[in-house]
Design a protein around this ligand. Structure first.
Ligand SMILES: O=c1ccn([C@@H]2O[C@H](COP(=O)(O)OP(=O)(O)O[C@H]3OC[C@@H](O)[C@H](O)[C@H]3O)[C@@H](O)[C@H]2O)c(=O)[nH]1
Length: 487
């Protein structure tokens, strides 16, 4: 050992010194070697690798002095070669060319599958390929001529009213485009049209602009139930203002006629009864309902400003309380709450003393009214509602008897700025549109109760959305209250 070390030291000195009898080179070499040692105990990795690869006279000398190293290295190489040979024959070993071959085959298989899907008619595909969202049979649609068929946009088309309007337009034979951000809308409301060549569903928030080619626009998008629109008042205002501006911009660019679904809430807590379209309303501009009421009022203002300035065709429907199948189980409005409570034997909750009045129309009548207004020459605002007026207390009794419920009717605190009375004057709609409601409230209730019984069967229990859900959203808590989530 000692001899070898000495031999190595001697030979390394010989190697360095022997490399050059020039003094400059031999003086510089020790300085280069000692500097890294000051910084670390071993030389840097890169340098070490470099030294191994470099065949300097010193390393050549080291190899030559370790003559036993060569057979060991050869032996190791031999073992490695044998191992690679056996591995390549085993099942676990897959060469890179084989991997590439397998990938190509798989890609080809998938492309062929997609091409065959595209070539088949959507309604003839086996159900497992279509997925659960596509209906087996579409409802029948009219075969309109190219001249009569229109591209109709329905914003909020997956909502309660929107989806019924979509049904009517599809059945008439038009091409229908639905825009919905699914805040209160549900895909299942329009599921029966998915896959139909004339139906297009786009997930989109009207607060953002969109470019489409359309002939008519029904602009419904906006939460309409008090707990929903009060949940995020700023968003409600943006939807009615920015959303309506975006749709007006689209209408102007395409030359489409546009209908805004406004509301009886533009009359606020009315001092005129029943309300005619000429009444200017009584709205608290800073109350909890203002985000919706004032939002719709300014939306109406924008519609007529565009009409006056832009030579556009606009229509405004002031919709009164509406009910029917596809109302959201967490809607929170009086019809859905009372039915849900009654069929589950829960307390029927009246806000206030129940003397306030409302007039209820069935959704089919509303849809007929909207289509009549859109396709009529009259362009001023028109009330669309059923003048059949009830106190909320009488309405609770009606629901209780219609459902043969054992529920108790209870009275809770009234809500702020709740209008005391509401009933449409529909003289104008009768005269200009030849429209009036045809479905009696009791008949409409039969269908609606049947629908909610079906929903209850699917979900087991429905917890009605109470007045607490109306509290504006706290921005520190981004999680929506349970009542606003889809069941
Ligand atoms: O559980 C309930 C729910 C509601 N109510 C009361 O029932 C009356 C009707 O309330 P709703 O929530 O159904 O609807 P509102 O009439 O207040 O607003 C509606 O007006 C017309 C539409 O444009 C809108 O859809 C909506 O804003 C109110 O007096 C309300 O306080 C109850 O007594 N109990």
């Amino acid at each position: 050992m000692l001899n070898r070390k000495t031999e190595w030291k001697t030979s390394s000195r010989q190697a360095v010194g022997g490399a050059g009898n020039e003094p400059a080179a031999s003086a510089a070499a020790p300085r280069r070697r000692t500097l890294p040692r000051l910084l670390s105990s071993s030389p840097p990795r890169r340098k070490r690798r470099h030294r191994l690869l470099e065949m300097t006279p010193r390393s050549a000398h080291v190899i030559s002095t370790r003559s036993w190293a060569m057979p060991v290295i050869m032996c190791l190489l031999g073992i490695l070669t044998v191992k690679v040979f056996f591995l390549s024959r085993s099942d676990e070993y897959v060469s890179s060319s084989r991997v590439q071959e397998m990938v190509e085959v798989e890609v080809q298989r998938r492309v062929q599958q997609q091409v065959s899907l595209l070539n088949s008619e959507p309604h003839t595909l086996p159900s497992e390929e279509r997925g659960p969202a596509v209906a087996n049979n579409f409802p029948p649609t009219a075969d309109l001529s190219e001249k009569d068929r229109m591209r109709v946009l329905v914003t909020g088309g997956a909502g309660f009213v929107g989806s019924h309007l979509v049904d009517a337009l599809m059945k008439m034979g038009h091409d229908v485009i639905v825009l919905d951000n699914f805040f209160t809308g549900r895909q299942k409301n329009v599921q029966h049209w998915i896959g139909h060549p004339s139906f297009h569903l786009i997930t989109h928030d009207v607060v953002e602009p969109i470019k489409l080619e359309v002939d008519q626009i029904y602009h419904l998008a906006c939460p309409a139930s008090p707990p929903h629109y009060q949940y995020n008042p700023i968003k409600t205002i943006k939807t009615s203002t920015q959303g309506t501006l975006n749709m007006l911009g689209l209408a102007k660019r395409t030359g489409a006629r546009m209908l805004l679904t406004s509301t009886s809430e533009v009359y606020g807590d009315p001092e005129e009864h029943p309300q005619r379209e000429t009444y200017w309303g009584n709205v608290n501009p800073i109350g909890p309902r203002a985000c919706y009421d004032e939002g719709k009022r300014v939306a109406e203002t924008m519609m007529y400003a565009y009409e006056n300035q832009g030579e556009m065709e606009v229509r405004v429907a002031r919709i009164f309380n509406t009910f029917g199948p596809r109302m959201h189980p967490n809607d929170g409005r009086v019809v859905s709450n009372f039915i849900i409570q009654a069929i589950q034997g829960k307390d029927i909750t009246i806000y206030g003393d129940g003397s306030q009045t409302r007039s209820f129309q069935y959704v089919d009548d509303l849809v007929r009214g909207l289509i009549a207004l859109m396709n009529n020459n009259y362009s001023g605002p028109v009330n669309i509602g059923n003048p059949d007026e009830y106190t909320v207390k009488d309405f609770a009794e009606l629901i209780k008897s219609s459902t043969e419920s054992t529920s108790k009717i209870i009275f809770m605190d009234g809500t702020k700025d709740d209008p005391n009375k509401r009933k449409p004057d529909i003289t104008l709609a009768k005269k200009e549109l030849g429209w009036e409601p045809t479905v009696a409230v009791k008949d409409g209730l039969v269908e609606t109760i049947k629908y909610f019984r079906g929903e209850l069967k699917k979900t087991g229990e429905i917890i009605p959305t109470g007045p607490d859900a109306s509290k504006p959203r706290n921005f520190a808590d981004p999680d929506p209250p349970r009542q606003l989530r889809s069941p």
